[in-house]
Design a protein around this ligand. Sequence first.
Ligand code: CO
Length: 214
Amino acid sequence: MDLRKIFANNERWIAGKLALDPDYFHELAKGQSPKLLYIGCSDSRVSAEELMGLQPGEVFIHRNIANQVIATDNNVNSVVQFAVEQLKVEHIIVCGHYDCGGVKAAMSPSDMGQLNSWLQTLRDVYRLHHHELDAIMDDTRRLDRLVELNVLEQCINILKIDHVQKSWNSSGFPTLYGWVFDVRTGKLIDLKLNMEEEFREVRRIYDLKPPSAL
Ligand code: CO
């Protein structure tokens, strides 16, 4: 790929924006106040803004392999804290996608080297739901279901974060959503997860109250 093409694209993009609004970059430089935090997969086919039809400034984005929220990952934790405390986003979206290479790798017990530790939490999701998953005979459908269950489990992982719980206690926000992008059709699917019901079950375990005197 000739990278000069990218800079030419950039010049065209600037010209296009300025043709519509001469103040576009002046306004953009004033700062950001996105209402959404999107946590998605790094997969090159799942371009967050493009598939959602959103413009620069409208969505705060974090992407990693298989859209995971891992407690010891300083990167995702910093993104969530900044989004919730500073940007005060109203919604957090975890968006998985079908045909996810990370999910496929997690379902095949092979040594992936450096990726093993990253895939471990995905394998944990598989273990947690293996009765349901192993009962699905169709390979594609079983992978699709793990993609969906991974989205649910990552939403639950967001529930575990102290900054999120503090924000819920003070403002009731952010609201969490689980979505899946279907790379086969381009369709964005709302899994319509009933977070209240899903969370009720686990909150007694993960709610972080001030430590009582021991
Ligand atoms: Co993926």
